[in-house]
Design a protein around this ligand. Structure first.
Ligand code: ACO
Length: 337
C-alpha cells in the first residue's frame, strides 16, 4: 500500500467531518460524491441546497443525498455564529452588523463550524485564492497552543528514490509566510517535522536551507537560518535538524560529506525548510514541473484544526486526497489531545 492509500485507509477507519465551503463548485461536488461513496469522510457542503441538488442531478452524482448541506444564507444556527464571531473578534472591534455579513460567507462559516465543534476540518481553494481561504482560518481557528505561525507544507513524491524517504520529502513553507523571521522559521521547522511524522510516518531529518553550507558564505539572510536552527534545537533538543545547508548538501550524501562533514542531516534530509516563501514556492513548482514530481498540498501546519488550501487548477483527485489528509490531521490532533 502506498502512502496516499494508507492515508485514505486511516481516514476510513475513523471518519471525520470535513466541511467543503465551495459546495456549488463542480470538482468539489464530484470529489464529495466519491468521498461519500468510498466512506472516507462525512461531508458537509455549504451552498444553496436547490443549486446543489440541481447540479448533482445534472452531473449524475448519486451519493450527495448523504452529505449534510448547509445554506450559509439561511440556517438555524446563524444567530449563534454571529455571536461567536463578534466574541472572537471583539478586540478587533467587530460589530454584529459586520459579523452578520461575514457569517454568510461560506469561508467564514466553515471556520465557525470548526470552532464550534460541528466540523473537524475544511478544504477550500478550488474557487478562492489562498489568502481568502487562510484569512478567516487565521482569524477564527488560529494556531495550535504554543505554535507561533501557520505555514504550508507539500508532500513531494519525487521520481528520485535515492533522496528523502524513498523519494518522498516534505517541503515548507511553500504557501503562507512571505518572509519569516528566525523565530517564525524555527516554528515552521518544528511544524514540518510534525507533518513528516504524522502524515508520512517517518522520523524527520530537517535541513534548514540556504545558499550557504556551514559558513561557506556570509549574509544576513544566512544569519537568519542559523539563528532559526539554534532556536528550533533549543525548543526541541531531540529533533534531528541542521543548518545552514545548501540543497545539494542536504540531499546528496557525497556532497553533504564534503561540505558539512559530521552533520547527521547532510545527505540524509527528508524535510526541507526554505528560508522564505519565495524560495519554497518556486522550488516546489520547479520540482513538480521539471522533475515530474507529484506535489500534494499545501498541507497547512500549525493551525488548531486542519484547514487545507487547494490550487484553483486542482483536480477532483486533488480534492479527494486533501480531504483524506485533513481527516488524518484531525485524527492526529485528537490523539495528541
Ligand atoms: N500564522 C498565524 N497567524 C497569522 C499568520 C500566520 N502565518 N499570518 C497572519 N496571521 C494572523 C494575523 O496575526 C492576524 O490575526 P488577527 O487579525 O487576529 O490579529 C490575521 O491572521 C490576519 O492577518 P493579516 O496580516 O491582516 O492578514 P493578511 O491579509 O496579511 O493575510 C495571509 C495573511 C493570507 C496568510 C497572507 O500572508 C498571504 O496572503 N500569504 C501568502 C499566501 C499566498 O499567496 N501563497 C502563495 C500561493 S499558495 C501556492 O502556490 C500553493
Amino acid at each position: 500500500m502506498n502512502l496516499i492509500e494508507s492515508i485514505i485507509e486511516r481516514a476510513k477507519a475513523d471518519k471525520q467531518r470535513i466541511v467543503l465551503p465551495e459546495g456549488t463548485e463542480k470538482r468539489t461536488l464530484q470529489a464529495a460524491d466519491q468521498l461519500i461513496r468510498d466512506g472516507v469522510a462525512e461531508i458537509i457542503l455549504l451552498g444553496n441546497p436547490v443549486e446543489i441538488e440541481q447540479l448533482a442531478k445534472k452531473m449524475e452524482l448519486e451519493n450527495l443525498d448523504r452529505a449534510i448541506i448547509v445554506d450559509p444564507k439561511s440556517h438555524d444556527k446563524k444567530e449563534a455564529y454571529i455571536d461567536l464571531l463578534v466574541e472572537l473578534r471583539k478586540k478587533k472591534g467587530m460589530t454584529p452588523e459586520e459579523a452578520a455579513l461575514l457569517v454568510e460567507d461560506p469561508l467564514y462559516l466553515a471556520c465557525l463550524m470548526i470552532k464550534n465543534g460541528e466540523a473537524d476540518g475544511e478544504i477550500a481553494g478550488a474557487q478562492n485564492t489562498t489568502g481568502d481561504v487562510l484569512r478567516p482560518a487565521l482569524q477564527i481557528i488560529k494556531t495550535s497552543p504554543g505554535v507561533k505561525v501557520v505555514s504550508g507544507a507539500f508532500i513531494m513524491f519525487t521520481k528520485t528514490p535515492q533522496y528523502g524517504e524513498n523519494g518522498i520529502l516534505i517541503f515548507a513553507d511553500c504557501a503562507v509566510m512571505p518572509n519569516p523571521n528566525a523565530e517564525e522559521l524555527a516554528s515552521i521547522a518544528l511544524a514540518s517535522a510534525q507533518t513528516a511524522r504524522s502524515l508520512v510516518g517517518v522520523e524527520p531529518k530537517v535541513a534548514m536551507l540556504s545558499f550557504s553550507t556551514k559558513g561557506s558564505a556570509e549574509h544576513e539572510m544566512i544569519d537568519k537560518v542559523r539563528e532559526a536552527t539554534r532556536i528550533a534545537k533549543k525548543l526541541n533538543p531531540s529533533l534531528q535538524i541542521d543548518g545552514e545547508l545548501q540543497a545539494d548538501a542536504a540531499l546528496v550524501p557525497a556532497v553533504g560529506a564534503s561540505k558539512a562533514p559530521g552533520s547527521a542531516i547532510a545527505g540524509k534530509a527528508n524535510v526541507l525548510v526554505f528560508p522564505t516563501l519565495e524560495s519554497g514556492n518556486i522550488a516546489y513548482k520547479l520540482v513538480q514541473r521539471l522533475g515530474n514530481a507529484e506535489a500534494v498540498g499545501p498541507v497547512l501546519q500549525g493551525m488548531a484544526a486542519p484547514v487545507n488550501d487547494l490550487s484553483r487548477g486542482c483536480s477532483v483527485d486533488d480534492i479527494y486526497k486533501m480531504v483524506a489528509i485533513a481527516a488524518n490531521q484531525s485524527i492526529g490532533m485528537k490523539q495528541n489531545k
